[in-house]
Every structure is written in C-alpha cells, then in structure tokens.
Design a protein around this ligand. Structure first.
Ligand SMILES: *Cc1c(COP(=O)(O)O)cnc(C)c1O
Length: 468
C-alpha cells in the first residue's frame, strides 16, 4: 500500500508566472492574485488529500476563484416563473428607447435642473410633468422614488397630525412590508378606519369627518378582491363628500395604467385618467408596474396640492435621479403612439403574446430540453396561466404554454428541487416554479430562445436524478 505523498507545493512566484497566473494579474491585479494563490495553497495543504497539484492547476484554481469573487452580484436571469411583473426579479423591463435615454444621460452632463434657453436653474420634474399632464389630463404632477414614497409624501404633506380616513376593506399589505397602516404612521398621519372588512358605506365616511380630518383616501386593492356580501363607495361619491367638506380626496391606484388594457384583450383596469375624471384630487401610482417604466412614484392631480407636496422637505429625500427621469420620460413618450405600444413596451409585449406563439416556442424547445436532461426525465408541453404580477390585476391570468419537467420513474420532490437548483446554477440562471411534482417553465417571458437553449449543455444536475 502506498503512503500518501506529502504535498510539495510550487512557490507562489512559480504560479504567478504560469499563463493563468499572468491572466489573473492582468484582470485582478498582483496583490489580489498573490492572495488568491496563497489561499489555494493553504487550502491544498489543509485538505492534504491530493498528493500533488501542478502549478498550472493552482493558477487555474486561483483564477477561477477570483472570477467568481468578481462576478456582479446583480445579474440577468431568465424569468420563467409565469409572473410578468415579478418584484423579486426587478419588475418591468425597459423599452429600448428608455434604455438609450438612460445611457445618454449617464455619459454626459444634462439639463437636469437647468433651463437651457433662459440660462437659469430649472426643475427636475419638469422633464416629465408636461407628458403626464398631456397623457392623464392632470393639472400637475410630482415624481418620487416609488409609489410607497408617493403615498408617504402625500400623507405627510396633507394629513400630518391629522386623520386620514380609509375603509377597513382597503388597509392593504403589498409584499415586502408595504402596509398601509405602517406607512400612515411613518407619515405622521392618524389612521381613521371606517366601515368593515367587507362593507363600507358613504355614511361611514361622512360620520368620521370632523375637525381632525386631513384627507379621504381610497386604496386600490391591488393584490386581492373582497367578494360576496360587499359594498364599497364609488370614487365619485367620495369625491363629492370630500368637496363638500373642502378636504382632498386621494386615490392610491398602485399599478396605475395610462391606457385601457381592454384594447389588447386584457381586463379593463381603472386608468389614471378614469381616477381623475372620477373626482380624485390626487392619484398615486408606480412607474414600474403596468406603466412599464423604471421604479418611480407619480402623484398627479390638483396644482395647488402638488405645489404643497413639492415644497415638503421630504420631496428632496425622495426625489428621482437623472437616470430614472430619463427612462420615465422616454417610456411616457411611447404612450403618444398607442398603435405601436405593444411592440415597443416590453411589459405590454409580454402581456399580449398569444398562446399559439408560446406553444410553438414550447414545441421548438421541448426536444432540446429533453435531450439535455436525458432519459431520467420527461418533458411535457402543458397549458398554463401566467400572472400579471406586482399586485396588478390580481384575478387576471393570461393563457400560456409551459414545459413541465418531471422525473421519469417515481415522482421525487428532492429530484425536482435539485433540478431547479441546477437550472439556477447556469450562467444565466433560469428561474421556474415547482408545481405538482414538476419543474414548470412558463415560456411567456422567454424572448431570447437561443440564450436559454444554448446554455443547456452546461446543465450539471446532481447525481441520482436519473440523469445520464
Ligand atoms: C404596489 C403598490 C404600492 C407600492 O408601490 P411601489 O411602487 O412598490 O412602492 C402602493 N399602493 C398600492 C395600491 C400598490 O399596488
């Protein structure tokens, strides 16, 4: 029996002179590379098991480690979850026009807060204000970091130390700790709940109004519906009540679409224009939900109220930077031509992909995926239902097609989980969902077929999955 050979390492200098060592120095610098090589050597000594490792192998290991360490933390993934506006995956994808606008704004100084003709200081929100007015009919608008900020700024400006009246049926929680009562508390507003979970009447609001009232608030129940024995007050009636008491009426729309989605066969979602016509003094909505732009919060409505919001010092803390203003401006401009919107705005393009197109895509990909997985797995084409996501249109589903990956023999939850892990370990991580013992890839959001298929040979499923 051979005694295990003692590990006799090459010197650090030797490793640094190997091609991969030089490459590592060129990419990551001498100090980091030297440290990485020392680390590899220490590890090999500690492990003791490999009888030897060549200088080539050590240089390679150090380079791999450095590359891994320097990989961007935020990177592209392939969203096959079936949820188009996935908050955890970054919500709306920007239109090419918006991307170009951001790149331009990044490369050079801009007139962000400067009036070129007059040669004097200007206002950053001015770049999108007129577009919002034109598209929604609002008198004025103010832009902030996201819709949570829009609600915070509105409540803090108009209802600090006063009561904000809201129905018990609308005290929403949006995923990721946006809870209406918490935002109100942080805004310094006092929550005055009226009605019950399922039914709220006009007289509930009317009876709650008093000297302490700051505003009336309606919140779009974006991610749930109250069904059955229910009653809610029409915005027009609330608007009238608010006017009678000279109180502002605020409508938090959440997703806030600017165009009737029924035009593309989707369910009609109340638009910003609808809300303003319905009598809302202010409407708050997100930039990166149905609107299909960058993360942003928009408050649109009465000029005198918007002026108050703009003067609140919180506005400065919540303002948008030039990149997102550039992206938002370019996105809003696309709405001037609704005929081409579905082709230019990725969100709408994904919503309107036809089941036939998705099924054809599934048929093209099925053999590629099946052969990458080998005989231990079946790959079935199934009908499925995509979701809009981000709390928009919670009941609307879009008929779609998916690949369902299942173990060929007995169903094994562990095998499916580890297959999902293997897909997430690909250079472009593929994120699906697990349902009924299968890994399901809804193809609605797959636009780069080749990028998905091309990396399948790299799939390294764990042993024991029945993979060849
Ligand atoms: C999504 C949503 C919010 C929060 O918007 P963000 O842009 O995520 O900050 C607030 N209110 C409603 C009704 C929403 O749907």
């Amino acid at each position: 029996m051979n005694k295990p050979e003692r590990f006799r390492p090459p010197s650090v200098d030797t490793v640094l002179r190997i091609a991969d060592g030089e490459l590592a120095i060129a990419r990551h610098g001498r100090a980091a590379t030297t440290k990485a090589v020392r680390q590899v050597l220490d590890k090999l000594r500690g492990a003791g098991s490999p009888p030897s490792a060549s200088a080539d192998q050590i240089a390679r290991m150090a380079l791999d480690w450095l590359e891994e360490q320097n990989r961007p933390s935020q990177r592209p993934v392939i969203n096959l979850t079936g949820t188009v506006l996935h908050t955890n995956l970054g919500r709306a994808l920007l239109a090419e026009e918006a991307i170009q606008a951001v790149v331009t704004a990044m490369r050079a100084p801009t007139n962000l807060e400067y009036e070129i003709e007059a040669g004097k200081r200007g206002e950053r929100d001015a770049h999108v204000r007129d577009l919002i007015r034109e598209l929604t009919g609002a008198e004025d608008a103010v832009l902030v970091n996201n819709n949570a900020s829009a609600v915070l700024l509105t409540l803090n400006t108009l209802a600090k130390d006063r009561e904000a009246i809201v129905s018990r049926g609308e005290l929403i929680e949006i995923g990721g700790s946006f809870r209406m009562p918490d935002i109100m508390a942080r805004a310094g507003a006092i929550l005055r709940e009226v009605g019950t979970t399922n039914r709220t009447h006009l007289k509930d609001y009317a009876e709650a109004i008093g000297p302490e009232t700051g505003l009336l608030l309606k919140v779009h129940t974006s991610n749930y519906v109250v069904q059955g024995f229910t009653a809610e007050v029409e915005p027009a009636a609330l608007a009238k009540l608010a006017r009678e008491h000279e109180l502002p009426f605020v409508d938090d729309l959440g997703s806030g679409t600017l165009i009737d989605l029924a035009r593309w066969g989707l369910r009609h979602e109340k638009t910003v224009q609808d809300a303003l016509k319905g009598g809302a003094d202010l409407v708050t909505f997100s930039g990166d939900k149905l609107l299909g732009g960058p993360q942003a919060g928009i408050v649109a409505g009465r000029k005198d109220l918007i002026a108050k919001l703009a003067k609140n010092p919180l506005k400065r803390a919540l303002r948008l930077d030039k990149l997102r203003l550039a992206a938002l401006e370019a996105t809003l401009r696309l709405y001037r031509n609704p005929d081409r919107l579905a082709e230019r705005l990725p969100t709408l393009r994904l919503f309107t992909r036809k089941p036939d197109e998705l099924r054809a895509l599934a048929e093209r990909l099925q053999p590629t995926v099946a052969s990458a997985l080998g005989s231990g797995w079946t790959v079935e084409i199934i009908d499925c239902a995509s979701q809009i996501g981000s709390g928009a249109l919670p009941l609307e589903t879009l008929p779609s097609a998916a690949l369902a990956l299942k173990p060929a023999s007995k169903a094994s939850g562990a095998a499916v989980e580890s297959l999902a892990t293997a897909f997430r370990a690909l250079p472009l991580p593929v994120i699906g969902r697990i349902a009924q013992g299968a890994l399901v890839f809804d193809l609605r959001c797959l636009e780069h077929e080749a990028a998905f298929g091309g990396q399948l040979p790299l799939l390294k499923p764990e042993a024991g999955d029945g993979l060849a």
